[in-house]
Design a protein around this ligand. Structure first.
Ligand SMILES: C[S@@+](CC[C@H](N)C(=O)[O-])C[C@H]1O[C@@H](n2cnc3c(N)ncnc32)[C@H](O)[C@@H]1O
Length: 290
């Protein structure tokens, strides 16, 4: 495993070092999931891990956030909510942070544990509901991070409010890979995104089942116990409201930036959408004002 050792840093300076770290983080986002056969399917449907351009953007933001955090704490403490198999946990550990990784799925966490086994007590793994995690106000964190998770949370504003209470005075909130609120996306981009999704989806099997579910949902019928309905929760409520998140965080004393970009499952459409500078997905970078 290649680490960001002082030795690596010592021979590289300025932009080259930053580029090297970003590339490394981008690669880790990939490794953290591609290793396991069982997760290939997940990756195929997870643009932020599948596409090099998104991994690069993600790597850039992770390094930026980490560098900001170490100004206040040499070993920043990170809370990774909905950690899954470690697409966030592993890069932050590699950068030198301490991470508490929380997920409700034991299977996911088993995979995370295997990938991060070299980090000893720098990593704490908790198999629990994040709502329970956020109730514990005793420990404060330098960064709270959610990767491809916010859109799975029914009341995400309440969740962000809770998260803000357990951030240190300079703390940062970082979320990546959530769909922009649909009515804030141009009609052309929405149509292009849907076309991209359908072209990709048609090769994934269970096309009839997918059409049936879509028709059912278009009638306003959602099933609480449907894995598909739960996984596509953001579709039911037309994306995630990036403006409400920004207003909320600013009103709570954060400097907040929304970074919008294009993401879709299909490699071809990802390339075209990125080239056309379309935007349908966003990241939140927020830091508590001093
Ligand atoms: C789309 S995955 C994202 C995983 C990882 N962050 C990534 O980017 O690859 C969402 C994760 O959230 C977890 N999850 C969903 N609801 C949860 C909850 N209430 N508490 C804890 N984890 C939850 C799921 O088990 C899943 O691993």
């Amino acid at each position: 495993m290649v680490m960001f050792s002082a030795g690596v840093g010592a021979v590289l300076t300025g932009a080259k070092l930053v580029d090297k770290r970003i590339n490394r983080i981008a690669a880790l986002a990939n490794v953290s999931a591609y290793d396991a056969e069982a997760t290939r399917e997940y990756i195929d449907g997870a643009p932020h891990i599948k596409h090099a351009s998104l991994r690069k953007l993600y790597g850039k933001l992770v390094v930026q956030i980490f560098d900001s955090a170490i100004q206040y704490n040499k070993i920043p403490k990170i809370l990774d909510l909905g950690a899954g198999e470690g697409s966030v946990t592993l890069p932050f550990l590699e950068l030198g942070a301490k991470v508490v990784a929380v997920d409700i799925s034991k299977n996911q966490l088993d995979a995370l544990k295997t990938k991060c086994e070299n980090f000893g007590d720098m990593l704490e793994i908790r198999c629990e509901d994040i709502n329970d995690t956020l109730k514990d106000k005793r420990v404060k964190y330098d960064i709270i991070v959610l990767n491809s998770f916010l859109h799975h949370v029914p009341d995400y504003l309440r969740m962000i409010r809770e998260a803000a209470t357990i951030l240190n005075h300079h703390g940062q909130f970082f979320s990546f890979q959530d769909p922009l609120r649909y009515d804030s996306v141009g009609k052309g981009t929405m149509r292009f995104s849907m076309l991209a999704y359908f072209c990709w989806r048609v090769f994934k099997g269970d096309v009839i089942g997918g059409i049936r579910r879509r028709i059912r949902r278009s009638r306003g019928i959602y099933l609480k116990d449907s894995v598909h309905d739960n996984a596509e929760y953001h579709v039911m409520r037309h994306g995630v409201d990036q403006n409400a998140i920004r207003y909320f965080l600013e009103s709570e004393g954060f400097d907040c930036k929304i970074v919008s970009y294009f993401s879709t499952q299909s490699r071809l459409f990802q390339h075209v959408g990125t080239t056309l500078k379309l935007k349908n997905t966003f990241a939140v970078l927020a830091q508590k004002r001093m």
